[in-house]
Design a protein around this ligand. Sequence first.
Ligand code: GLV
Length: 309
Amino acid sequence: MALLFKSDIDRPASWIPALESALPDMEVRSWPEVGDPADIDYALVWQPPSGFLASLPNLKAILSIGAGIDHLTRDPELPRHLPLVRMVEPGLTAGMTEFVVMQCLFHHRRMLDYRAQQSRKVWQELAPVAPWQRRIGVMGLGELGADAVERLVQLRFDVAGWSRNRRALAGAACFAGREELPAFLARSDILVCLLPLTEQTDSILNAALFAQLPKGACVINVGRGEHLIERDLLAALEAGQLDSATLDVFRNEPLPPESPLWSHPRVIVTPHIASMTIPETAAEAMAEVIRTLEAGGTPPGLVDLDRGY
Ligand code: GLV
């Protein structure tokens, strides 16, 4: 059996040894050393060009290096009959929770205001808010969202989650479906987007949604750039409906130099680094996925293409 690794941003030097050690019976090939495309059973990929996966005639499954699979579903030639598995691995989950918690704490503790005060050499205490008085809303309660919720609850924030189908998460109020979105938004001082990108969630972070948040709310987008209408966010910041934002993902990546987001005083911009897949833990997870698929089972992270995630 052979697995092909292909990514333009993940380093084969870290990945290939990790995969070889986790999959001792598998031949691991690194693109462009594909050899005979007919040999490839599994493809572990990030942003492959359109038609690339369709060019592997004996592929048994497609494994995504990232948690998101929109980089695959935008390929019109995607072999949709094959199992497609998104990355579920502890390193990626831990990294995302770390970033979400860091940004929630940053905004909760008004660090943008203190930075602004520092630039003016102002020594002034701003009214503190207890964590249980700060309402955080997490959109998307999959692997990543549920873990972030758990940690935020531990920090004693007043946490709610929103998802398409109702979830039950200890210590958090769980809202579900479009009909419960207004109630969820009305109690989200800090809104975190960890949704998958689907037709239903594209552009969900828009003016109408911002208007339903408490005045002066903060938005943290670690989902996909396409979730957000950037000009609506800028207008909501301008109007004071939003206080601040952290954006890790953008419609155009790298964020173009002319984007006003770069220099906006109330926006934190990071270059799609909220979390990274860690080769060692990911290789173990993918080995388990392959063993499960070979045994005819359902691996964690198996995507339902009709649902879109
Ligand atoms: C990163 O964006 C991922 O999908 O894991």
